[in-house]
Design a protein around this ligand. Structure first.
Ligand SMILES: [Zn+2]
Length: 386
């Protein structure tokens, strides 16, 4: 604290005096507290050149509580058009106001509450009366940030989080729009996000997937978990059944189990490490030898393999050697130069590299076990063990 001593003169109102005694007495307004403690505080006030004035002349509150209607009008105008069921109020006051308040409350025994706290509470009550909505301190749909210095209010609108699982029925669709921008604007993120955007009138959206499959890999079986985050939605009570039907009409991807959720689910599904099963179609330049091929498969089944960061992703990931367990590898079909296998592997296994060996960077690989170079013709995720 600095600057408040000696010949300085302050004028405060009964409410701001009462706020200095906020810790004393239940069920009282600060105005009532001010009246109760007026005579008791009089000697300290006069000793420190503090006079009691009306709110319109108070150097702390500067009549903000008398003008509460102006602030709530501002908030309601700004938020008109946005659906919300719960809200919270925050505020910032000029620093000299807080300093002066802290100084005066110090003189009166440090038993007060801040003007911010009273303002937030009173604005909360007023907005609640006007809108019929309730205050939620944990997950408010809407937060009103009042800036008392510049007489403005900023809105913070909680994103809508929609959980679901998706299946990708066609190859060539990236999961998100940012990493494959040349893809004619089609991604899992956009197919889902555009529909949710239309229903919620959000400004932007992001797909948070529980891992991702490559562009050329289909996602089948029980599907992949995701959370679609819709930012600054105008409409929150969207019909998820209608959303689901509309997304599924595209045919390229389908979604299921859509539910409203929270940010915590994003963290949870992003951190998940599940085994996955794949169906992979493998080819060879020459005819495949079924017996030799079967032996190579059983060599890898249940074994650990070592994978250096694949060449195809090495520009964006650090070069490490990862040990991964191939839980099980089963041959489904073999004829001519083509074989179909089902592989269940630990999370994070690079399946294409497991087959072709990535120029020796994955070791052992099916190619090294078989003794000839093998290629992946197609790959599908067929189950995520969650
Ligand atoms: Zn005041």
């Amino acid at each position: 604290m600095q600057g408040f001593s000696g010949d300085q003169h302050f004028s405060i109102c009964i409410r701001c005096l009462g706020r200095a005694y906020a810790a004393i007495g239940h069920g009282l307004s600060n105005v009532e507290r001010g009246r109760i403690h007026l005579s008791e505080s009089a000697p300290v006030l006069s000793e420190n050149n503090i006079s009691i004035v009306g709110e319109e002349h108070c150097s702390i509150c500067r009549s903000v509580f008398m003008r509460m209607g102006d602030f709530t009008d501002l908030a309601l105008t700004k938020s008109s058009g946005y659906e919300f069921n719960t809200f919270l109020v925050g505020s910032t006051f000029p620093k000299d106001v807080s300093d002066e308040e802290t100084f005066i409350q110090g003189l009166l025994g440090n038993r007060g509450e801040s003007i911010r706290k009273e303002f937030n509470r009173e604005a909360g009550k007023a907005l609640s009366d006007l809108t019929g909505k309730s205050v939620d301190k944990a997950f408010p749909d809407m937060t009103f940030h009042f800036d008392l210095e510049y007489y403005q209010v900023k809105l913070e609108i909680r994103s809508l989080y929609i959980y679901g699982i998706y299946r990708k029925n066609r190859r060539g669709i990236p999961q998100t729009r940012w990493i494959h921008q040349g893809n004619n604007g089609v991604s899992v993120e956009q197919i889902i996000g555009d529909v949710i955007s239309k229903h919620s009138q959000c400004e932007n959206y992001f797909l948070h997937g529980s891992g991702r499959e490559d562009v050329d890999v289909r996602m089948q079986g029980n599907g992949r978990e995701f959370v679609l985050e819709a930012q600054n939605p105008k409409i929150r009570s969207i019909n998820l059944k209608a959303v689901q039907e509309e997304i599924n009409r595209s045919g390229d991807i389908s979604v299921d189990d859509l539910n409203f959720t929270s940010r915590e689910t994003v963290v949870k599904i992003k951190g998940a490490n599940h085994d996955k099963s794949y169906r992979v179609t493998i080819t060879c330049d020459g005819q495949l030898d079924p017996q030799k091929f079967g032996q190579a498969i059983s060599q890898l089944s249940g074994k650990d393999i070592y994978q250096r960061t694949p060449l195809r992703v090495s520009s964006r990931r650090s070069d490490l050697i990862r040990r991964r367990n191939i839980r099980e590898m089963v041959l489904e079909q073999i004829s001519g130069n083509t074989a179909i296998c089902v592989v269940r592997a630990e999370a994070g296994t690079y399946i294409k590299e497991l087959i072709h060996g990535d120029e020796g960077r994955t070791n052992p690989s099916l190619s090294s076990e078989y003794g000839s170079q093998l290629k992946v013709q197609s790959l599908d995720v067929i189950w995520i063990y969650r």
